[in-house]
Design a protein around this ligand. Structure first.
Ligand code: ADP
Ligand code: MG
Length: 629
């Protein structure tokens, strides 16, 4: 069907990055080499999708009536596999551009990670694919012959042995599309088998929507894939295993999804959709794919591969397919966004997803817990961004609290139900981790009075709290608020005898102000402290204060505004320090002790910015004094 014509062969060198990639692939010991076929079929399928889309509006193409299909031919004797598609094709320049540089995002990630150790590399080859070049894991020589759909373009041929060069020549090819002839390496001869090809197609490309014919040198071509558009079937006809298989082939994820949602509706907009929540947010050590988005079809024709308008941004962890007959077939990829149908679909899909997540939470707490652990931050992001759905999103929130166990989640509703009769607010504490938050001196009072406090330890929590302000009519209140109004409990007042005397305590306050200077806004007695000697409270209004946690992470040299230092007049450290100061104002221990009290609080807050070396010197000075006694 294709034979090179007599024109001078042109030899070109790959870009450096491709050379690096090829070098790694050629020497790769990757065991799942069969995924090369998945990559080539996926390219053929892309090319077919593109010509199908093109022909919606343009009939001036080569071979307008050709069947949209993929053919795989195996020559067992010659150890040659040939893949043919009737897709959009490539002219000479497109071949240089597409097969001489790195187009595939997986390949780029692969190169970036190449130095970082084998396991990541293997994960990328398998779970993300490295695109066309993966063929060189099995090929000794590859010849690509292609004819573009544009009638005026000539056919061309590209050839490479996977070393540093490729060659180009004109070619004689009359029919539209691309043919890839693969001469297998000796150690990959096993792939020259129709049976093997069929089983790889089933495993990785069963749901490709175009027929994939497989044939040997003799015998009939057989369609090897099932081609079902699963989303267009009635949910009652689809088995759970089919949903899982489809997910894996769609995403290359090797784990089953956590949840699938098959949505079939005709009003307000026609929609056939399968949405998936993956089990993990990051596959292996990899971040979520940068090219997230849903596959958008109209009547089984792929309109857009990574549509980002069908769900709000914070639902970017969702994978799947959406097909709507209400989208006009001539909709361009650019106008999808502004099409009113897109807006209707987005509303319907978002609503359905939230509803199904709520059902999951009610019906399967363990599974929901797994969802929450992986994707809770996205729900929180949603709360800050999606005002229309805020109530539904709030119901999805889960927290750890001073009362929950380490693997128990608290809902807002549960919290509100067990609030004390006179409790005015929902209390929370911000922290870097559960452990440090749990140690916080701010909790003294709440522990003593058995008032539950929510731990907010996600990066986004401070921002969420500052946006939310209240839930179910109850104000959200940070326990480090300087003006926290707490019921005073007379009974629990410590008897005078255990407290630092007023005069000595006042002296200590004055000294602490002098020692800490600008680093504190003020020093005063703390009335809510029980077991802790001191705490730092924020004088700022809620928004600023809760945002400090976010800013500290985002802004490298962010310095949080100074706070108020509260001292516990009944704590032995404070009592002894006050007494030491009043008996010996010159004592060399007072200032280091004040400094250390202050630094301890910053450490607990995860906000210590001072020098560790200085602190060690100071701790040793205090230890020496303690041991001397
Ligand atoms: P990706 O598919 O992620 O873009 P690949 O490395 O798999 O990256 O392919 C590189 C490019 O080569 C594709 O984007 C496409 O432009 C072109 N290409 C590969 N195979 C075909 C084909 N069968 N038909 C048309 N173009 C193709
Ligand atoms: Mg590809």
């Amino acid at each position: 069907m294709s034979e090179p014509v007599e024109t001078p062969l042109e030899s070109l060198e790959y870009r450096t990055e491709v050379k690096q990639l090829l070098d790694i692939l050629a020497h790769s010991l990757y065991t799942d080499r069969e995924i090369f076929l998945r990559e080539l079929i996926s390219n053929a399928s892309d090319a077919l999708n593109r010509i199908q889309f093109e022909m919606l509006t343009n009939h001036e193409v080569v071979d307008p009536d050709a069947e949209l299909a993929i053919h795989i031919e195996v020559d067992d004797e010659a150890k040659v596999i040939t893949l043919r598609d009737s897709g959009i094709g490539m002219n000479r320049d497109e071949m240089v551009e597409n097969l001489g540089t790195i187009a595939h995002s997986g390949a780029r990630t692969f190169l970036e990670k190449a130095g970082e150790g084998k396991s990541t590399q293997e994960e990328i080859i398998g779970q993300f694919g490295v695109g066309f070049y993966s063929v060189f894991m099995v090929a000794e020589d590859v010849v690509v012959t292609s004819r573009s759909y544009r009638p005026q373009d000539d056919a061309a041929q590209w050839e490479s042995k996977g070393d540093s060069r490729f060659s180009l020549a004109a070619a004689e090819k009359r029919d539209r599309g691309t043919e890839i002839r693969i001469k297998l390496k000796e150690d990959a001869a096993e792939f020259a088998s129709t049976w093997r090809m069929e089983s790889i197609v089933k495993k990785h490309s069963d749901y490709v929507s175009f027929p994939i014919y497989v044939k040997g040198t003799e015998g009939e071509a057989k369609v090897a894939n099932r081609r079902t558009a699963l989303w267009r079937q009635s949910p009652s006809k689809v088995e759970a295993g089919e949903y899982d298989d489809f997910y894996k082939q769609l995403t290359f994820d090797d784990q089953d999804p956590l949840l699938h949602i098959h949505m079939v509706a005709d009003a307000p907009a026609n929609v056939r959709s399968i949405l998936y929540v993956p089990t993990r947010r990051e596959r292996g050590s990899l971040r979520m794919r940068p090219d997230h988005g849903l596959r958008l079809y109209s009547r089984k024709i792929l309109i857009q591969e990574h549509n980002k308008d069908l769900l709000p941004e914070y639902m970017r962890f969702v994978e799947g397919v959406v097909d709507s007959e209400d989208l006009p077939l001539n909709v361009s990829r650019e106008t999808v966004q502004s099409n009113p149908v897109t807006r209707q679909l987005r509303k319907a899909l978002t609503g359905r997803l939230l509803k199904d997540l709520k059902n999951l939470a009610e019906q399967d707490a363990d599974k929901y817990g797994a969802f929450w652990t992986e994707f809770g931050v996205f729900v929180k992001e949603g709360i800050t961004a999606d005002f229309a759905n805020r109530e539904s999103l709030q119901e999805l929130l889960r927290f750890r609290s001073t009362r929950s166990g380490a693997d128990e989640w608290v809902t807002v509703k549960q919290y509100v139900e067990r609030m004390k009769p006179d409790q005015a607010a929902i209390y929370f504490i911000l922290g870097d981790s559960l452990k440090s938050a749990a140690r916080s001196p701010h909790l003294d009072y709440f522990r003593k009075h058995d008032i539950e406090v929510l731990y907010l330890t996600d990066f986004i929590d401070g921002y969420m709290a500052s946006q939310l302000r209240e839930i179910e009519g109850k104000p959200l209140q940070n326990v480090d608020d300087a003006n926290l109004e707490l019921p005073k409990d007379e009974a629990a007042e410590t008897p005078e005898a255990n407290q630092a005397g007023q005069e000595a305590f006042d002296q200590l306050v004055t000294r602490a102000r002098a020692v800490l200077g600008e680093r504190v806004r003020d020093v005063r007695e703390g009335k809510t402290l029980v077991d802790s000697p001191a705490r730092l409270v924020s004088p700022d209004d809620g928004f600023e204060r809760d945002m400090q946690y976010v800013r500290r992470i985002l802004e490298e040299d962010y310095v949080a505004p100074a706070k108020i230092l509260e001292l516990n007049r009944s704590h032995p450290i404070v009592v002894n320090l006050a007494n030491l100061l009043s008996s010996n104002a010159e004592s060399s221990l007072v200032n280091p002790a004040v400094e250390q009290l202050f630094d301890n609080l910053q450490l607990l807050d995860g906000a210590y910015q001072g020098s560790v070396a200085d602190m060690v010197v100071r701790i040793q000075q205090l230890m020496a004094a303690a041991l001397e006694k």
